[in-house]
Design a protein around this ligand. Structure first.
Ligand code: COA
Length: 197
């Protein structure tokens, strides 16, 4: 008997009606300790960052691109249903998220993962956690493995970056009454009482 081969899943932007299925996929893997869980609130709040893979009206996979800063974004919550594994859907989702990052002019994408092999196939390389800026660890505060992180950090460069991003780096935020940063402020001279001169 001829085996039926179904069409590749279609990758599209997620919408709010996808959220229950997104949560079902992610949290089923999270229950097996394969990835970190997501709350309904965090998925609704981050829905614009999500892409889903759909076949015959069913969401069979998902993934999100979370922009961290001007030079960095993270692929998060990428997963497919167990029956969907090994069919190229994870790759299709990841490639779409990399395209999204490229379109946003983000030059570097990272992931924390338990499946480095999958990310290696997509051109990511291993890095030490310490090579990533502190900001990426903000969400770790909510992680049950805060003091025992065993996820592997992987990075992929999408564009050549010259220098150290003086316009977008973490130290470039303009402080009140200083010059510089991405939003340039005019220098102001103040007298000892704080009045402009
Ligand atoms: C990881 C996951 C998203 C991969 O999705 P998938 O649809 O099975 O992957 P694909 O079939 O698209 O595979 C893409 C490539 O990665 C490779 N690959 C997939 N899973 C792999 C693994 N666990 N280890 C090593 N390589 C892997 C495939 O061989 C394939 O290589 P190729 O395209 O060069 O031939 C999926 O297995 C999954 O949902 N796992 C559980 C959740 C999870 O761990 N998510 C990652 C959180 S960061």
């Amino acid at each position: 008997m001829k085996e039926e081969v179904s069409a590749p899943a279609r990758i599209r932007h997620a919408n709010v009606r996808d959220v229950p299925q997104i949560l079902e996929i992610i949290n089923a893997w999270a229950n097996l300790q394969e990835m970190l869980p997501r709350s309904p609130l965090s998925v609704y709040e981050g829905i614009r960052a999500f892409r889903v893979a759909e076949r015959d009206g069913v969401v069979v996979g998902c993934g999100a691109l979370h922009v961290v800063w001007g030079d960095l974004a993270e692929i998060r919550s990428i997963a497919v249903r167990p029956t969907e594994k090994g069919r190229g859907t994870g790759r299709a989702l990841a490639e779409q998220l990399l395209t999204d990052a490229h379109d946003l002019l983000v030059p570097r994408v990272f992931a924390f993962t338990y499946v480095p092999g999958f990310f290696e196939r997509l051109g990511f390389r291993h890095v030490e956690h310490a090579e990533l800026p502190h900001k990426v660890f903000a969400d770790c505060m909510n992680c049950p493995k805060f003091n025992a992180c065993d996820e592997i950090a992987m990075v992929k460069e999408l564009r050549k970056v010259d220098g150290t991003f003086p316009e977008t780096g973490p130290l470039s935020r303009p402080l009140p009454r200083t010059i510089g940063g991405p939003h340039r402020v005019e220098p102001r001279m103040l007298d000892p009482e704080g009045h402009e001169v």
